[in-house]
Design a protein around this ligand. Structure first.
Ligand code: ADP
Ligand code: ASP
Ligand code: MG
Length: 416
């Protein structure tokens, strides 16, 4: 029997009615002759609630500061949301006359690394599932979770059920991996930001990978990486309609494409500048080494031209990493590894990016982007580019305006 993976996100399993609606879609595919592995997320809002409970439980009495928490217990708490929906989906399918059972990560097992909260799947043993498929039992799999080599429950990072789905599609040799969500596909930008956003019929893996990395949370980054590496046919589609959705595929399968495929944004970015930094060989390593050791996710970097032995270095990182970043830089200064006059922190930034494989063969894309932003009087603080993307850091208050201006400037509402 051909196999299919169908993943339902949080809004698609938000209550029993929605689970029933999703189950009907599963039934349709089973009736069409597929062995189906259903992957479910927790009900929408549930994972946030669980994370909140972990934070509260880790806050010392009478303190405003969240204390250190054991990441293994974090995982055991936050993985529970998916256990509930997996069981409910199996029950709903059974009630429709379908032979189905639920599987938790450890039961399959989905083997992962031990990086709790951000574990990577190292392998999926499909033997148990295969045996059940042979008996006519369809699988309902709790997304987002796995088993560490130490025998502990792990989770794959926020949005990780997408990655569970793609990993199962690869391991089971599924014909396709359908990601059912609350939008009917991948759009030229987040449809919540502009009504002019247009659904794409197809998007290349590479572009989807950039869009996801740059903030488009419609697919978790790792799921796209995995789909690209394992050549999984990935379709993003709506739980609430029968529209065909967006196929994420090889570049060669896309006949005509615009120069730019999409605009992505990342809201909570910060910029840190070290002013009048004593410059000598190895200075960048002395700044960024401690930042890396502190687990700071440094993104964009600029170093000014050195004058008379001094320079300025600016870098960006997520707002959540700012406290760790400033502590690491302060510590390097105190230890005498670096010397600077001042550290300026701006936590009110956002990053906007344009992405498109067409950029490889078209000149002037960055210039057009900068012009469109200047016409809206949006100041650019930092710029980075790669072969298929240009990103800028701007004031957060202009984020929506900038996304809309770029969407207009590149005429993304029109198909090529
Ligand atoms: P799920 O719970 O189903 O995993 P998510 O909330 O993780 O759903 O992802 C779907 C959301 O992604 C949409 O509601 C939309 O607001 C957002 N999104 C951001 N960028 C895009 C884009 N380019 N195309 C489609 N959706 C996007
Ligand atoms: N429930 C998890 C989250 O909210 C995983 C997922 O939905 O993909 O991040
Ligand atoms: Mg998601």
């Amino acid at each position: 029997m051909p196999r299919l993976v169908m993943k339902f996100g949080g809004t698609s399993v938000a209550d029993l009615d929605r689970i029933r609606n999703a189950a009907l879609k599963v039934k349709r595919e089973i009736d069409a002759g597929y062995d189906v592995a259903v992957v479910v997320s927790a009900m929408s809002g549930k994972t946030n609630e669980l994370v909140g409970w972990v934070r509260d439980a880790s806050t010392p009495d009478g303190s405003n500061e969240v204390g250190f928490h054991d990441a293994r217990e974090y995982d055991s708490v936050v993985a529970s949301g998916e256990q509930v929906t997996a069981g409910l989906m199996a029950l709903t399918l059974q009630q429709m006359g379908i032979d189905a059972r639920s599987w938790l990560g450890w039961q399959v097992p989905v083997n992962t690394s031990s990086s709790h909260g951000a574990a990577r799947i190292t392998g999926i043993d499909t033997e148990n599932l295969d045996a059940k498929f042979a008996e006519g039992t369809h699988a309902v799999i709790a997304g987002f979770q796995g088993l560490s080599p130490e025998g502990r429950i792990t989770t794959l990072g926020r949005g990780g059920s997408d990655t569970t789905a793609v990993a199962f599609a690869a391991a089971l040799g599924a014909e396709r991996c359908d990601i059912y969500t609350d939008v009917d596909g991948v759009y030229t930008t987040d449809p919540r930001i502009t009504k002019k956003a247009r659904k794409l019929d197809r998007i290349a893996y590479e572009e989807m990978l950039e869009l996801a990395s740059l903030g488009a949370k419609v697919l978790q980054v790792r799921s796209v990486e995995l789909a690209m590496a394992q050549k999984v046919r990935l379709v993003v589609r709506s739980s609430f309609s029968d529209e065909p959705g967006t196929l994420v595929c090889d570049e060669e399968e896309i006949m005509e494409a615009n120069v730019i495929s999409g605009v992505a944004y990342s809201r909570d970015e910060a910029k840190i500048t070290l002013l009048h930094l004593a410059d000598n060989p190895g200075i960048a390593a002395s700044v960024f080494g401690p930042l890396a050791d502190a687990g700071v996710n440094v993104d964009m970097i600029i170093q000014n031209i050195s004058e008379e032995g001094y320079t300025d270095i600016t870098f960006s990182c997520p707002v959540d990493d700012v406290a760790r970043a400033t502590a690491a830089v302060d510590a390097a200064k105190d230890a005498g590894a670096i010397a600077y006059d001042d550290m300026v922190v701006d936590t009110e930034c956002a990053k906007i990016s344009i992405v498109g494989i067409g950029m490889r063969s078209h000149a002037g894309v960055a210039g057009k982007m900068f012009r469109a932003l200047s016409e809206e009087r949006v100041n650019i603080k930092v710029i980075t580019t790669s072969e298929i993307k240009v990103s800028v850091l701007i004031d957060r208050k202009y984020m929506e305006l900038a996304v809309q201006a770029l969407h207009d400037a590149f005429e993304l509402e029109k198909a090529s």
